[in-house]
Design a protein around this ligand. Structure first.
Ligand code: ATP
Length: 507
């Protein structure tokens, strides 16, 4: 069956996610708040499952290294608010900013590097440009129709980044939604860190920041971990948690938000081995995501251009992104995880600013050095988005017409258990099956509405299996099992149900 693509696909996913309790706009009853989202009962379970899978595969059971030996990675959970000097040392106070432009007329604010312009292909007396946010040219075409004679379509324009225009051309740019040209300001840097005050006073000296990444908490705990646990180089420290960025233009649903969650691991190694580890972790992270079901053409690896490198990566080998083809980036891709070679930048900076030695001593070579760091940094909430996009599919032959094909390991609900009707001994049998199965699996008991509606709800929740207790169960202890992916039903003995799940749910 043909599957919707692009903006239609995205709109349907957002609607299903809201209707079924995956993701809600934050403060919805107050009209929402831009860049913040809440996770409902199914959404938080999906997010927790992805988080747990990462922790399991990174900390509890990490991959084997390039030579086949087990790797050592430990976890931490650091504070969201740290000493503000840590953010000066890390370069975030001075350099963690995005270029921003304002529209003087509409007061809208845009990330300058996300703005593109449409330029008419035909020669005109005076230059004219229509600005739009990358990937969303329609409003610019509408503005062009008001501003130009004829009814131009998107094919009548070339598209180029705003940054490629000369200063003199800026006066001829129509900002998105503006009624005349020339309302965009010069671009200036906007720091993305959220500020807050610690304690009762609100002076500059009490200013603190909400962390914009979980990575720095790891560097701040490097010495503590090394001194107290038995890890020795090379080893990793992992952390999952909230991060906050005052994004200029949060957009694309939960792709770019102002509050989000990251799953980051800093791999500390000898400088001479950093290149090997960089390659190892890049491939390993790509394999992990594809092992979760984000396989095929929609997942790819891309090396960063020199101009894109973050302040810490300038001196290293660079950064690779694991990218996913989200419906709103089609046919292009958007970042899911970055694997960066951070060199010794962070530890050196903290060593200098704190005055505490962060070197390592190798007793064999009697060498003292600051380790190099390879960092796989993934977005947990962005991962949830990729999973929602990958799982969504349309099947008109089903009562729900839409279903979520989550991989078994990540499905919010593993199985549904239903009595066909609420009499004749069926609820009692179904309830006891439910109580048995829920000890090992995520099970939903549902006795309301028609069986078709219950299957439809489970399809939309992405539940791989449903077991129905009916009249025949009372006679011969057999139940119906329905497979989400095929919609096929078969009967099996109720006593065989736990084994049926054990065999199929490859967790
Ligand atoms: P981008 O270029 O998209 O702004 P970034 O390169 O600054 O992202 P990193 O600092 O490498 O991102 O962060 C690691 C991961 O954290 C990203 O790959 C992404 O999955 C996630 N992430 C970063 N910013 C956001 C955000 N505003 N909302 C949701 N997830 C984010």
């Amino acid at each position: 069956m043909a599957q919707p693509t692009g903006s239609e696909r995205m709109e349907r996913i957002v609607a299903l996610a809201k209707r079924r309790g995956f993701v809600f706009p934050a403060s919805d009853i107050y009209g929402g708040i831009n860049g913040f989202w809440d996770y409902g009962p199914l959404g938080v379970q999906l997010k927790n499952n992805l988080r747990d899978a990462w922790w399991r595969d990174m900390v509890e059971c990490p991959p084997l290294g390039p030579d086949g030996s087990p790797l050592s990675i430990v976890g931490i959970d650091s504070s969201i608010i740290q000493n503000p000097r840590a953010w000066e040392a890390s370069g975030h106070v001075g350099g963690f900013s995005d270029p921003m432009v304002d529209c003087r007329e509409t007061k809208a604010r845009f990330r300058a590097d996300h703005l593109h312009v449409l330029r008419p292909k035909r020669e005109l007396e005076a230059p004219v440009y229509f600005a739009y946010l990358e990937g969303e040219p329609d409003p610019a075409v509408r503005t062009a129709r008001k501003a130009m004679r004829g009814r131009p379509s998107v094919d009548d324009f070339d598209s180029l980044p705003l940054s490629e225009l000369d200063e003199s051309d800026r006066a001829h740019v129509w900002a998105p939604g503006a009624s005349e040209a020339g309302t965009l300001t010069e671009s200036r840097d906007f720091n993305l860190m959220f500020k807050t005050f610690v304690g009762a006073a609100s002076g500059e000296e009490n200013t603190a920041y909400l962390r914009p990444e979980t990575a720095q908490g790891i560097f701040l705990n490097y010495k503590g971990v090394l001194d107290t646990s038995r890890v020795r180089l090379p080893f990793g420290i992992a952390q999952i948690g909230k991060a906050f960025r005052n994004e200029v233009t949060p957009r694309n649903y939960i792709f770019r938000t102002r509050e989000f969650e990251q799953m980051e691991m800093e791999w500390f190694c000898h400088p001479s081995e950093a290149k090997i580890w960089f390659e190892f972790w890049t491939q390993s992270r790509m394999d992990w995501w594809s092992g979760l079901g984000l396989a095929g053409d929609r997942l790819r690896l891309r090396r960063h251009e020199a101009s894109e490198l973050a302040h810490y990566a300038q001196t290293g080998e660079g950064t690779f992104d694991v990218e996913y083809q989200y419906p709103f980036t089609e046919p292009d891709y958007g970042e899911l995880e970055g694997v960066a070679h951070r060199g010794s930048f962070d530890l050196e900076q903290h060593q200098e600013w704190s005055g505490v030695k962060l070197e390592t001593f190798d007793p064999e070579t009697r060498e003292r050095f600051v380790p190099h760091v390879i960092e796989p940094a993934a977005g947990l909430t962005r991962g949830v988005l990729a999973l929602l996009c990958e799982a969504y599919s349309v099947d008109e032959s089903r009562p729900s017409s839409e279903l979520m094909r989550f991989p078994h390991r990540l499905a919010p609900i593993h199985a549904g258990v239903f009595p066909l009707v609420n009499k004749g001994g069926m609820p009692e049998i179904a309830e006891s099956l439910y109580l048995e199965l829920r000890r090992r699996y995520r099970i939903q008991y549902d006795a309301k509405q028609s069986i078709g509606k219950r299957y439809a709800r489970m399809d939309e929740a992405g539940t791989p299996y449903c077991f129905t207790v009916d009249g025949q169960t009372v006679e011969d202890r057999s139940v119906t099992v329905r497979d989400r992916d095929t919609g096929a039903q078969e009967r099996l003995s109720i006593d065989a149900v736990p084994r049926y799940l054990d065999e199929r749910l490859s967790l």
